[in-house]
Design a protein around this ligand. Structure first.
Ligand SMILES: Nc1ncnc2c1ncn2[C@@H]1O[C@H](COP(=O)(O)OP(=O)(O)OP(=O)(O)O)[C@@H](O)[C@H]1O
Ligand SMILES: [Mg+2]
Length: 334
């Protein structure tokens, strides 16, 4: 186990039962998040993003698998343990967080409420709530009532509230879904500052197509499983001069590289576009060729001539290879 990991999800399964219908929202999801990481989760509607966040936030329990946050195994916590986990370990922000704020209290009073509930001293309440409002850029608005603030300002108060009890983990489910691009940029810079100054770990669910440039890592969930991962290049983080650009592997978009995720058992999900384009059925042939793993369509007992996919650097640790004969790379068509 990685000692610096704050979050560890192992083969996480969540099944919702509605009447006699079962919905598998998460089907064996693996995820590791390091302490102090600013990362995002993306995926189509219904892919399981909010389900995952709710489990991490202790609002919902998984059906099977393992989820450990800050050393606590969430499946083993009793109700009391869950209450203190929610109070001490996580802060939660969602799209309409500001609806839960109290409109006739000031920004400062709203931020102090969770601290009062947690029994913090008056002095700590005052100092920390002022510092938080300053961190979210609202020092000049602290005495304004919530109803006197704009939507984006209210959302920033919601972020300050989520951090009131200094949780090591901040979960944000589409926090910028209802604000304009400029406000979204402000909110992401607040996240970045929180990570730098308070070592907070932040997991954001987002539909923002430009999210990769705002965070360190983006994980894509497809059908309830982690499928691909886009990582900011190390050279970019080290503020390289960009001269390495020509050497970028396919699948990278300048400063980011996209990888397919393989689990501990060696399972990986092939992109649906590739599967459809190559007409891969339920059975495929997996072979080693020149130190690479090749997946071929199996047609009536013989190996198909067309439709060769060189799989994702499994052997070499390199980035995704192109589809042989394909017109465009799958990651360029999305
Ligand atoms: N409480 C629930 N009861 C039954 N089914 C649910 C429940 N919550 C979610 N689901 C189902 O689980 C699946 C995953 O839902 P989830 O809310 O996690 O998706 P999402 O990725 O957050 O989507 P969106 O981007 O639209 O918010 C969906 O098929 C959804 O219908
Ligand atoms: Mg959702």
């Amino acid at each position: 186990m990685d000692s610096t990991a704050l979050i560890l999800c192992d083969n996480l399964v969540k099944i919702y039962k509605v009447a006699d219908l079962e919905v598998v929202a998460l089907q064996g999801l693996d995820l590791t998040v390091e302490t102090g990481e600013l990362m995002a989760i993306i995926g189509n509607s219904g892919s399981g993003k909010s389900t995952l966040l709710n489990i991490l936030g202790g609002l919902d329990r998984p059906s099977a698998g393992r989820v450990v946050v800050g050393g606590r195994d969430l499946l083993k916590l009793d109700d009391g343990g869950m209450v203190s986990y929610k109070r001490e370990t996580v802060g939660f922000v969602w799209q309409q967080s500001s609806r839960n704020l109290i409109p006739y209290l000031s920004a400062l009073e709203n931020v102090q409420i969770p601290m009062i509930l947690a029994g913090r001293s008056r002095r700590e309440q005052k100092e920390w709530s002022n510092e938080l409002l300053e961190a979210v850029g609202l020092a000049g608005r602290r005495t304004h009532r919530l109803s006197q603030l704009s939507g984006g300002e209210q959302q920033r108060v919601a972020i300050a509230i989520a951090l009131a009890n200094k949780p090591p983990l901040l979960l944000a489910d589409e926090p910028t879904g209802e604000v304009d691009t400029a406000t979204a940029t402000v909110i992401y810079s607040i996240f970045r500052r929180l990570v730098a100054e308070y070592k907070t770990t932040i997991v954001i669910v987002s539909h923002d197509p430009g999210i990769a440039s705002r965070v360190d890592r983006v994980v894509r969930i497809r059908d309830g499983r982690t499928s691909t991962e886009t990582v900011r290049r190390a050279i970019d983080l080290a503020e390289g001069d960009g001269s390495a650009k020509e050497k970028l592997a396919p699948g990278s978009s300048g400063t980011h590289e996209e990888f397919t995720v393989m689990d501990a058992a060696g399972r990986l999900q092939l992109p649906r576009e590739m599967v459809e384009q190559l007409g891969l059925g339920r059975r495929v042939r997996v072979e080693m060729e020149d130190g690479q793993i090749v997946v071929r369509a199996a047609i009536a007992g013989s190996v198909a001539e067309r439709g060769t996919v060189e799989a994702v650097g499994v052997s070499s640790g390199e980035a995704s290879k192109d589809v042989v004969g394909g017109k465009r790379r799958w990651w360029q068509r999305r």
